[in-house]
Ligand binder design. Structure first.
Ligand code: SPQ
Length: 429
């Protein structure tokens, strides 16, 4: 079997405090901005997951000096012009964020680069990024009219654009902003729905300017960014697995410390509260990204409906929310979430097929899923589909199954949470 793990439910509940690793989206961006800023950037609580390590490796290939010391990363930035033509292919691994944001950044650089990721990246749509980048004047090509990797880019001489995003995507918005920072004129991106705004916050943290007017984000080209000291808050997308575990495992109470509470990411808090979860969020005042602690206890849950503008604020949490819904009274409907089909896997199919094996009453729809609770789950042999979020969802499910769960390809979890099982072990009494 492909690195199969046997997982069993704990004898008692899950209790204690945990500091989940740094936010993946923010870790990627801190390396990218540090690489093009002038001066040194230090990044504390950096996520040492495989995706963020792919970003570091790509920037090293562009000539940037980056040191890793425990969970701190130092980037010696020397400005946009210091990046040099890579002599090797830029391997973005499993990371959509690395692939898409780097395309935007490289489209302003006057040299040639080739980007290639793993099997999953090769299936993820890139036209949503390459189309607007071509409008800036970048020469970009790839398989199927620049929709799939490998992609080649020859950038430089960009002219600012105004672009209305056809899909709500922080990655596409960020790629456009990274190109816009290097273009002649003011670039404007219009969002159909609000998506995570870590790129905008980081432009400001690195001494740049960006403006939001209603649904339009505007950035001026030619800005010089300055190195910064970045503290990466805990990743709410990782905390989500323990928030769910605390709510569904009897006799549990978990406090997750120093979690990022950026309002474009806290959809799961809203949903869990609506479902009746016993929880408390304590925010600490500060500048930059919002941060605080999240406490969740075993809860009596009710089904709910999730859709519309809330989807981008919890898109990566939907797999584990589906598990939560299997333990709620009544029906939960998740809609407007077609984007799940183009993540590391088709997450609608993956969640439905794997949770069904455990006995869940769950059906796929065109744009989401319908889950009927409250069902007791049984052990079975399940597969992560090579997707970290599916792997962790199934690991959390094993905490409530009557018999053991055998999880195949549990290694995928290392993409965003290398110490997931150690952290889980700390909460088992
Ligand atoms: O980086 P990658 O592989 O795309 O990671 C995922 C994840 O589950 O970790 C999605 F599969 O997160 C995306 C997220 O879904 C990270 C992200 C970002 O950092 O900007 C934005 C979201 O994607 P999108 O396509 O909606 O912009």
């Amino acid at each position: 079997m492909e690195n199969q793990l046997k997982l069993s439910k704990p004898e008692h509940g899950l209790n204690g405090e945990l500091q989940v690793p740094g936010d993946k989206s923010i870790s990627h961006r801190a390396v990218m901005f540090g690489s093009v800023a002038e001066g040194k950037t230090t990044i504390r609580n950096f996520l040492m997951g495989e995706d963020c390590l792919s970003t570091i490796s790509c920037f090293r290939k562009l000539g940037v000096k980056i040191d890793i010391n425990a969970d701190e990363v130092t980037v010696e930035g020397n400005g946009w012009d210091s990046l040099s033509e890579p002599s090797e292919v830029l391997d973005t691994g499993n990371s959509g964020t690395t692939t898409r944001l780097m395309m935007g950044l490289l489209s302003g650089r006057p040299f040639h680069s080739v980007m290639l990721g793993d099997e999953s990246i090769a299936k993820r749509p890139m036209k949503r990024v390459t189309d607007p980048l071509k409008l800036f004047g970048t020469a970009i090509d790839g398989r199927d009219e620049a929709n799939f990797t490998p992609l080649s880019i020859r950038g430089g001489n960009l002219k600012a654009i105004r672009y209305k995003l056809p899909v709500a995507s922080a990655q596409v918005k960020s790629a456009i902003l990274l190109a816009g920072l290097q273009a002649d004129g003011v670039t404007e991106v219009v969002e159909p729905q609000r998506t995570r705004d870590h790129t905008e916050k980081m432009i400001v943290e690195f001494g740049g300017e960006v403006e939001r007017v209603e649904d339009t984000i505007k950035v001026r080209g030619g800005q010089v960014l300055r190195g910064a000291k970045v503290y990466v808050p805990g990743d709410i997308s990782s905390a989500a697995f323990f928030m769910t575990a605390a709510a569904i495992v009897p006799n549990s109470s978990i406090t997750l410390k120093n979690v990022g509470l950026n309002e474009t990411r806290t959809g799961i808090v809203e949903v869990m509260k609506k479902m009746g979860a016993r929880m408390e969020v304590t925010e600490r005042p500060g500048s930059g990204e919002r941060i605080g602690d999240i406490m969740v206890e075993t809860s009596e849950l009710q089904g709910t409906e999730i859709g519309g503008d809330l989807i981008p604020a919890l898109i990566d949490e939907i797999p584990v929310i589906a598990l939560l819904a299997t333990q709620a009274e009544g029906t939960t409907i998740i809609k407007d979430a077609e984007e799940l089909k183009v993540k590391e896997t088709n997450r609608i199919d993956a969640v439905v097929q794997e949770l069904k094996k455990l006995g869940a009453d769950i059906e796929a729809t065109d744009d989401g899923m319908i889950i009927k609770g409250k069902k007791s789950l049984q052990g079975a042999e399940v597969h992560s589909w090579g997707d970290h979020r599916i792997g962790m969802t199934l690991a959390v499910a094993s905490l409530i199954t009557e018999s053991p769960v055998y999880l195949e390809n549990a290694d995928a979890i290392k993409i965003s949470y290398p110490n997931f099982f150690e952290d889980l072990g700390k909460l088992v009494e």
